[in-house]
Write a protein of this length. Structure first.
Length: 212
């Protein structure tokens, strides 16, 4: 299996990538501010599953296709970007109805739906795609054999770190949400700001290029 040195080096590199807020972290924060702790954790879970799907794809060789094909990479990138913009526009349009979620005047958003939204963002995250496709294979010791199992294990390490980091971000944002709940105007401001953040994030993802 993976040597201790390779494992620690991969964990350190993963931590550096994860701790800097990217599409997944910003999406978690937006969901935490708009919907609270449960939505944030459901989003984290969805993001994690989406990221691990990428790990499995790399282990099966699909990641190499994504990394080498500009067309495939670009299509996947724009799908993720368009989805973020869609969610952002939706959040801006519905910003005035957030207070109803606190008072019980509006049906609670399903955690399963939030989970799958997080999954979509996680599986279409360009930063993670490039990391798994280009960096992950470099830490595999092919001389030890079981290359696929090594990749799956390293991907699991990445996701454990990601769950811890993203959960901290989400819970911190959800805690701050309580102050906004005291005022419908504050909540509308949060909803609008969160929506604009997602729109900006989608545009950023779309504008992100590859270093070929």
């Amino acid at each position: 299996m993976v040597s201790t040195d390779r494992l620690l080096a991969f964990a350190a590199m993963s931590f550096l990538l994860i701790v800097v807020p990217g599409p997944s972290v910003l999406f978690v924060i937006g969901r935490a501010l708009a919907q609270g702790r449960r939505a944030a954790l459901a989003t984290v879970a969805g993001n994690t599953l989406g990221a691990y799907v990428l790990v499995v794809a790399v282990a099966l060789g699909v990641g190499a296709v994504v990394e080498r094909s500009v067309l495939v990479f670009t299509m996947l990138k724009f799908v993720g970007a368009a989805y973020l913009v869609y969610l952002g526009v939706k959040a801006v349009r519905q910003r005035g109805s957030l207070h109803a979620e606190f008072t019980g005047d509006r049906p609670t958003r399903g955690n399963l739906r939030t989970f799958w939204e997080g999954f979509t963002v996680g599986v279409a995250n360009p930063k993670t795609i490039v990391f798994f496709a280009a960096v992950l294979p470099q830490f595999v010791d092919r001389g030890q054999g079981h290359v696929m199992l090594q990749m799956l294990f390293l991907g699991l390490v990445f996701n454990v770190i990601a769950v811890a980091s993203d959960s901290v971000w989400g819970l911190a944002a959800a805690t701050a949400r309580g102050w906004f709940a005291a005022s419908p105007q504050r909540l509308a401001l949060v909803g609008g700001a969160g929506g604009l953040t997602m729109i900006g994030l989608g545009v950023t993802v779309a504008a992100t290029g590859r270093e070929d």
